[in-house]
Write a protein that binds this ligand. Structure first.
Ligand SMILES: C[S@@+](CC[C@H](N)C(=O)[O-])C[C@H]1O[C@@H](n2cnc3c(N)ncnc32)[C@H](O)[C@@H]1O
Length: 275
């Protein structure tokens, strides 16, 4: 796959992962962190789409449950930690998980300075603020498919109230997609929300990644219970879809007014509720 069809960073990523076994994908990401190549994907700020969502839909994204408990959020494959820190600034207790020790260390450093003096990009207004009610943020080194890290985040049978995925599913080899969906189902409580900023939607799913093209994949995995690879049917445009075989019900689906430039105006925002 040549640079004529991919931005240079993506060409480098595809080359790095080309021919790498599925079980060696995690070490492939750690190697990129250790060779100081996180700029291949790092965008330097939290997802503005998620900032807008938690600001504008306060009923759904209240950081408290009906019985007054602070909600627990997870950001798997969190990279430098922009989204976990932003969610903590909006009142959630957040866990950022990444397979790379270097990545986790950078995220901890970022959080330490950002929580002291939060920048305007954490808020819909764009203005720097010091919010009154800030949750906690913790970064854990771990593999999302393993369970060893869960003890650090969850007590006993506890589960997460919210999971945010941006550029994590698209970073995974397609053979891991079904496992990703099952894992999301295990980690979220009933009624818990999986929020996905779907990217890249413009890329032909048959082309190599990462990032792997995901058009129709979230819906296939989460609502239909498919493997996210074969027989992906055309995705319904309606936000909500009727009862299907998957572990999740789609409750919102729209093109966000604000997202990243490199989504080329094609990023979609989906919210799935755990059945
Ligand atoms: C494309 S990067 C995206 C990072 C971050 N979401 C962002 O927007 O900057 C994918 C991240 O997932 C991490 N990762 C890959 N496989 C993982 C796994 N199995 N468990 C946890 N983290 C993983 C990588 O180390 C990397 O930081």
């Amino acid at each position: 796959m040549g640079s004529a069809t991919n931005p240079p960073g993506q060409t480098r990523l595809i080359k790095h992962f080309s021919g790498r076994a599925v079980e060696d994908q995690g070490s492939g990401w750690s190697a990129l962190w250790d060779s100081n190549e996180s700029d291949l994907w790092d965008r330097g700020s939290p997802s503005i789409t998620l900032v807008d969502l938690v600001t504008q839909q306060q009923e759904i994204f209240s950081p408290y449950t009906a019985d007054g408990r602070r909600k627990k959020a997870l950001v798997p494959g969190c990279g430098k930690g922009y989204d976990p820190v932003m969610l903590a600034l909006h009142g959630f207790d957040v866990y950022g998980l990444d397979i790379s020790a270097t990545g986790v260390s950078e995220a901890r450093g970022y959080a330490a300075s950002e929580l002291q003096r939060p920048q305007g990009y954490n808020f819909s207004s764009g203005n720097s603020e010091c919010p009154a009610d800030v949750g906690s943020v913790n970064f854990i080194k771990g593999n999302v498919f393993g369970s060893e890290w869960e003890r650090q985040a969850l007590n006993g049978d506890e589960k997460f109230d919210l999971v945010y995925d941006y550029t994590f599913l698209c970073a995974l080899h397609p053979d891991l997609r079904r496992q990703w969906a099952d894992r999301m189902g295990q980690l979220l409580r009933q009624g818990g929300l999986l929020v996905c900023l779907e990217f890249p939607m413009y890329k032909d799913p048959s082309l190599p990644g990462p990032p792997w093209g995901l058009k129709g994949v979230h819906w296939d995995l989460l609502a239909r219970g498919g493997d996210g690879v074969a027989n992906i049917a055309k995705e319904p445009e309606d936000a909500t879809v009727g009862e299907l075989a998957g572990q999740f019900r789609r409750v919102q689906y729209f093109k966000p007014p604000r997202s990243y430039e490199n989504g080329k105006g094609t990023d979609m925002l989906s919210i799935y509720a755990r059945k």
